[in-house]
Design a protein around this ligand. Structure first.
Ligand code: SF4
Ligand code: SF4
Length: 305
């Protein structure tokens, strides 16, 4: 049996994705490649050292899956229905529920299973887990466009979306790339607490609180204490202010709902948390990435501010 683009999109809907688009596998275009190379050579990738390696693969998805013909890109809303109290140490919205790697991959594996069963085609699921330009492919697959805040803005829906990619050897009719642009209002640049955004340039990860509070290992630069505010894990300021997010609606995915323990967390809880408690509260959470030491380092900085 052959599967069509329509079949894939229906499957994506059944798997609770909010958007799905298809691009043909190709090398990424020269402009995107050179923009990325400049970002890395200027050192703006900061502590994301992984961004500087595997460039050949990053530019050519066929190296991730032999015989790959199509890039299926999916998006899932993660905007919360319920929020932490404003007094609580703030976590980025994407980290409220279960780790998105698990949530998205599980569904992409199911899509891959059905594709193989119906057509024999092989697939590979990538969710921030392979050197792949996910936002670039989302634009190519017609899902959305890149805002000046460096976020992929899903057309008509905003930027609070996880992205996932299924590379597949199945030949599918590609969608038209998205040719929209963001409103270019500059609100994200003005809202950034640490000056990490400049005139539509790729984010300066050395100054981005999201990168610093999550990815950075060891002691943080002293200036971070002046701008960290109440953010203990990540930062959403450049999304909260974006007019494309003004109609964001809470997600209905069961796994993405925050637990009562998470919503009740206070500064003191984090400062006094044991490894056992951390493992309990964050056992299936993306917060594991910062580890208990990283979370407590950030919480101390908030405390001393
Ligand atoms: S805040 Fe304004 S400039 Fe920034 S991404 Fe949104 S629309 Fe674009
Ligand atoms: S996540 Fe926060 S610190 Fe990073 S660019 Fe956006 S507003 Fe600035």
């Amino acid at each position: 049996m052959q599967l069509t683009k329509t079949d894939i999109k229906l499957m994506a809907q059944e798997l609770e994705f909010d958007a799905c688009g298809i691009a043909r596998v190709d090398r990424i275009d020269d402009e995107a490649a050179s923009r990325y190379a400049q970002w890395v050579s200027s050192g703006k990738n900061g502590c994301m050292q992984w961004a500087a390696s595997n460039n050949e693969v990053r530019e050519n998805p066929e190296l991730l899956l032999e015989g790959a013909r199509s890039v299926i890109v999916v998006a899932m809303n993660y905007y919360p229905q319920v929020f932490q109290s404003p007094e609580a140490p703030q976590f980025a919205y994407y980290a409220y529920g279960r780790d998105y790697h698990e949530v998205i991959k599980k569904r992409l594996w199911e899509m891959a299973r059905i594709i193989e069963q119906e057509t024999g085609a092989k697939s590979r699921a990538c969710v921030d887990s392979a050197p792949l330009r996910e936002r670039y492919w989302a634009q190519r697959a017609g899902i959305g466009f890149l805002g000046l805040n460096n976020q992929l803005i899903t057309s008509g829906k905003g930027s609070y979306f996880f992205l996932g990619v299924l590379l597949t050897t199945l030949e599918l009719e590609p969608d038209e790339p998205c040719d929209e642009t963001c409103m270019q209002c500059g609100a994200c640049e003005r809202a950034c607490p640490s000056g990490a955004l400049h005139c539509g340039e790729p984010v300066d990860a050395r100054r981005c609180l999201s990168c610093l509070t999550i990815e950075h290992k060891g002691v943080l630069p002293e200036w971070v204490g002046d701008v960290i505010g109440n953010r203990v894990y990540g930062c959403d300021e450049c999304q909260k202010c974006c007019p494309h997010n003004s109609n964001a609606v809470g997600n209905t995915i069961a796994e993405l709902q925050p637990s009562p323990e998470f919503l009740a967390l206070t500064h003191e809880d984090i400062l006094q948390m044991t490894q056992e408690q951390f493992s309990h509260v964050f056992s299936h959470s993306a917060v594991k990435r910062a580890k208990l030491a990283g979370l407590q380092r950030n919480a101390k900085l908030i405390h001393n501010a």
